[in-house]
Ligand binder design. Sequence first.
Ligand SMILES: [Zn+2]
Length: 96
Amino acid sequence: MDRKKLIHTAPCPGCNATRGHATEAAQVYECGGCGAIYGSCYQGEASKFYTPVWHEGETRNVQDERYVDLTILSSAGVRRFHGWIHRDSKRITQTG
Ligand SMILES: [Zn+2]
């Protein structure tokens, strides 16, 4: 049974839904509509959501992917990662 509670969130950059789930990072949400991961977090937290290497192998099924849009804070400054990752490997399938 999925006991994750839906909460009100900022609009999802993927589908504009405003309901989602809290994640391990205080300001990152998982969209209740499309499963996108978005928000802002520290560098160390970003690795919980995606792995910054390319996914290997075929990904032709949209259900296997999720959109990610993170503003990442680190000692080097602020950067943004947005693109698509594979749900299982968390590796990047497409950027931008
Ligand atoms: Zn969404």
